[in-house]
Design a protein around this ligand. Structure first.
Ligand SMILES: *[C@@H]1O[C@H](CO)[C@@H](O)[C@H](O)[C@H]1NC(C)=O
Ligand SMILES: *[C@@H]1O[C@H](CO)[C@@H](O)[C@H](O)[C@H]1NC(C)=O
Length: 361
């Protein structure tokens, strides 16, 4: 009798334990899916499990405290977009600095897991796709993947950053006047509730140059912004910015010749239009394809000048895997030690977070 009871008790405990574990597993799954949105399962790209380490599969989201009253303005923790996503292959100094800078400026940046593309797949893309270099092919695949992520989550807009980006600690004060100017430039309807309106596809918030239009080329909306760096220190591929903009000003205009996809936002329709165009797999490097799509009016593009996002150059060299192609240099050990610099940024969030100083040269 006693033996049977003991056995029964053990059996009951084991069943109860299994049920609890199943419940916890299902709950965790629901929690993850709830965050990722309704189509998360379909969205997940194939992962090659054999070479995936556990820390590679984590999706990192900054923990910015939610305001008591929901804030849907361009100055909220996602800068008025539905999400801020970083394109990253997980290089430690870049991602660590990204999160430190996000914290310093009170914004939430998500680093979605990038699929582990197999070498034969990348090679096939290099052979048949628009670019031949390994790094450039990886960049293309990464951008396509993030755009799909935006569409499958049904987001109204998203800001896509390269993972070495830096910005001002006051970035949340910079975006509201930008949003107002973009609405004015694009003649957005009063009924459009999005902070930046929705009469645009792509907004270049970070680039290495886009010359402001001449009078007959298009309109410029100018506004005051006392968080901009002194204009004589402006560094970019096109010096015309210095002729048009005065200290304490920023401008927005339709894109003329935008170069480098440091940081670009896509609207709801823009994400779909860009993915459809990018899927043709033409036009060379991803940023050149996007520049041409803007110039040819395949996409309606807006540029912000001077740009809000610029890369952080570590003291030890500053190669970017995306831009430097196949260098694949790992600065992790060296980067944290000495302060680097960021162009066109008065109070760099990375330098403030990591060194407590500014780093405009
Ligand atoms: C910020 O504002 C945008 C646009 O209104 C909104 O979609 C987004 O959810 C807001 N972000 C947060 C964290 O509330
Ligand atoms: C910019 O202007 C605002 C309001 O006019 C002021 O509160 C702020 O201190 C100024 N910031 C700088 C860096 O001058």
């Amino acid at each position: 009798m006693i033996r049977i009871n003991a056995r029964g008790a053990i059996l009951t405990s084991v069943i109860a334990l299994i049920l609890v574990l199943l419940f916890v597993a299902q709950w965790k799954r629901n929690e993850i899916n709830a965050w990722r949105g309704p189509h998360a399962d379909a969205a997940s790209p194939p992962v090659h499990h054999e070479d995936t380490k556990l820390d590679d599969v984590a999706e990192f989201k900054d923990d910015v405290a939610a305001p008591a009253v929901p804030d849907y303005s361009a100055g909220n923790s996602t800068l008025g977009f539905q999400a801020i996503l970083a394109l990253s292959q997980g290089t430690k100094w870049r991602v660590d600095g990204l999160h430190a800078a996000a914290k310093a400026a009170g914004i939430a940046v998500t680093v979605p897991q990038q699929p582990k593309w197999s070498e034969p797949f990348i090679k096939a893309f290099q052979e048949f796709g628009p670019v031949e270099a390994h790094g450039a092919a990886m960049a293309w695949l990464g951008h396509l993947d993030l755009l799909k992520f935006v569409i499958q989550n049904n987001w109204g807009s998203a800001l896509i950053l390269e993972d070495d980006m830096d910005w001002d600690v006051d970035v949340r004060k910079q975006t509201p006047p930008i949003a107002k100017a973009v609405r004015e430039l694009t003649k957005s309807k009063k009924a459009d509730t999005e902070p930046y309106g929705k009469s645009w596809d792509v907004m270049w918030l970070g680039h290495c140059s886009d010359p402001p239009p001449f009078k007959d080329e298009g309109k410029i909306i100018t506004f005051a912004d006392n968080t901009t760096a002194p204009i004589e220190k402006y560094r970019g591929l096109n010096p015309r910015v210095k002729d048009v903009i005065k200290d304490g000003q920023r401008i927005v205009h339709f894109s003329i010749n935008p170069v480098c996809t440091f940081a670009y936002a896509v609207s709801y329709q823009g994400a779909r239009n860009l993915l459809a165009h990018a899927s043709l797999g033409k036009g060379g490097a991803f940023d050149l394809m996007l520049m041409h799509a803007c110039q040819d009016k395949v996409l309606k593009c807006v540029s912000v000048n001077p740009e809000v996002f610029d890369p952080y150059f570590p003291a030890e060299g500053g190669a970017s895997e995306v831009r430097a192609g196949d260098a694949g240099v790992d600065f992790d050990h060296e980067v944290g030690k000495a302060k680097g610099h960021t162009d066109n940024t008065l109070n760099s969030a990375r330098c403030f977070a990591q060194f407590g100083e500014t780093c405009l040269e």
